[in-house]
Design a protein around this ligand. Structure first.
Ligand code: NAD
Length: 493
């Protein structure tokens, strides 16, 4: 069998039903939806959608698992052991996950092998280590009516966390939500993306095998407008951790506000990559290209606004065009492919719409812009120059392999351009001037700034943005804070 046939067989073998309360529901009576292969446009699997009863079952099982339930009774070290076991199981099955993610998302296998799977494994390991370290604080207080006091805090799990993930990196982004919530002692109900739910359903098998008590972790496949909507409106949910578009993020925020429930919103981006004239241009060209073409540009942190010092503008343009033209677009399972397909026909239409908008607004199309004549949702890596920061292609998130190059004349202008955006998720700086690196890193409004490397991920580092990019932080200690309440206890001695 070919690698593609192996992956297709794996996809067919996954229980394509909700995983709830420690078991798999029967598909009988549930509606189904097809998961479409972005390359062949054929159905990879037919998945049973979680309906209102399944959502209620999952949320109620999660509530029952907390407190005096089997999950709530487990201490931190025991939760850490389970998370560590899950990390080991995921690591052992990493090749299966990489093939499956490549198949359902349409990305070349090198990306999940090098990024998504190692990151997901590390994230579970990192938070396994936090599970027994959720200490409160002892806070000195001056006393109460003349008597001394002892004040301290306790960290308690927020409760039931609804985790809603997007299709671009479902394994890694799923881990970012599940691992800190479980480490904190929360119960998690995951609603994976309808376009790419298979890796999350496979993860349910691993959680089952790891031995998490029933209700600690459930997976509810389904569409956003049905299952997602039912989940965010369920009154038994205490927190919604959402990654996706700002449009859906707003719906989630409104649903959460009705019940004063907590949210973490990881939304989109229009991130700048700033290339100063003193940069190592070889490294910058390679890094900038990775920053906009990795994962077909379907990355929230994609460096889609490429701001280049006018002194090296033409040189960088030539290098970036040359680099773009080395990209091999095709079936992710073909040897040599370095860029796969977009997730679906809607995303392809969206990217094409933006390419047309760029041409209509007068930006200069340097390379790409077309779609290979074959089945699948493919688009060529595309670069525009001669653009201004007010053009649609510089303002709106495209979520495809389309970079917009804009020239600047001073560091102040570069910072002003970088910050003139509705989004504030990430930024990349390319410079060999240490002082400039620190100064500009402070001045740019973004949740994460990388210097001389695009988006180095690490589960120890907080991740998230502001403005249209959302609010709250995942990963590292903030990931624990986002899933715990800090209770104050004061004893009048
Ligand atoms: P989306 O908002 O359409 O969907 C995201 C998730 O929300 C999916 O699971 C979907 O089923 C669910 N959903 C949709 N409508 C819903 C509703 N009414 N109620 C509840 N759930 C609902 O986004 P997408 O198309 O899947 O992903 C692309 C977007 O996600 C881009 O804007 C991208 O920038 C963003 N993104 C952000 C990050 C980040 O970390 N900031 C990471 C990846 C993707």
């Amino acid at each position: 069998m070919t690698a593609r046939e192996d992956a297709e067989a794996l996809a067919r073998g996954i229980p394509a039903v909700p995983y709830v309360a420690g078991g798999w529901l029967s598909a009988r009576g549930l509606e189904t939806f097809d998961v479409i292969d972005p390359v062949t446009e054929r159905a990879l699997a037919s998945v049973a959608e979680a309906d209102g009863a399944a959502v209620a079952l999952a949320v109620n099982a999660a509530r029952a698992a907390l407190g005096d339930g089997a999950w709530g009774r487990l201490d931190g070290p025991s939760r850490g052991l389970l998370l560590g076991r899950l990390a080991d199981l995921l690591e052992a099955r990493r090749e299966d996950f990489a093939c499956l993610e490549s198949l359902e998302v349409g990305k070349p296998g090198a990306e999940p092998r090098m990024i998504d799977l190692p990151q997901a494994v590390q994230t579970f390991r990192h938070f396994a280590g936090w599970a027994d370290k959720l200490a409160g604080r002892a806070i000195p207080t001056p006393g109460y009516r003349g008597r001394p006091t002892l004040s301290y805090t306790i960290r308690e799990p927020v409760g039931v966390v609804a985790a809603i993930t997007p299709w671009n990196s479902p394994t890694m982004i799923g881990a970012w939500k599940i691992a800190p919530a479980l480490a904190a002692g929360c119960a998690v109900v995951l609603k994976p993306p309808e376009d790419a739910p298979l890796t999350s359903l496979l993860l349910a098998e691993l959680c089952h095998e790891a031995g998490f008590p029933p209700g600690a972790f459930s997976v509810l496949p389904g569409r956003g407008i049905t299952t997602g909507s039912l989940l965010i409106d369920h009154p038994g949910v205490d927190k919604i951790s959402f990654t996706g578009s700002p449009e859906t993020g707003r719906i989630v925020a409104i649903a959460a506000a009705k019940g004063f429930r907590r949210t973490t919103l990881e939304l989109g981006g229009k991130s700048p990559q700033i290339v100063f004239a003193d940069a190592d241009l070889d490294a910058a060209a390679e890094g900038v290209a990775t920053g906009i073409f990795a994962n077909q540009g379907e990355v929230c942190a994609a460096g889609s606004r490429i701001l280049v010092d006018r002194k090296v503008h033409d040189e960088m343009v030539a290098r970036l065009v040359a680099r773009a033209e080395t990209v091999v677009v095709g079936d992710p399972f073909d040897a040599g492919t370095t860029m796969g397909a977009l997730i679906n026909a809607r995303q392809l239409a969206r990217v094409r719409h933006y390419i047309q908008a760029g041409c209509h607004e007068g930006a200069r199309l340097l390379t790409g812009g077309g779609c290979p004549p074959r089945s699948g949702y493919f688009v060529q890596p595309t670069l525009f120059a001669g653009a201004s920061n007010t053009m649609i292609i510089a303002r709106e998130e495209i979520f495809g392999p389309v970079g917009t190059i804009i020239a600047f004349d001073s560091a102040d202008e570069a910072v002003a351009l970088a910050n003139a955006s509705d989004y504030a998720l990430a930024a990349t700086l390319w410079t060999s001037d240490l002082s400039r690196a620190h100064t500009v890193a402070r001045a740019v409004r973004a949740g994460a700034v990388a210097v001389n490397g695009w988006s180095p991920l690490d589960p120890r580092l907080p991740w998230g943005g502001s403005k249209l990019s959302g609010h709250g932080r995942e990963l590292g200690w903030p990931g624990i804070e986002a899933n715990t309440e800090e209770k104050t206890v004061t004893i009048v001695l």
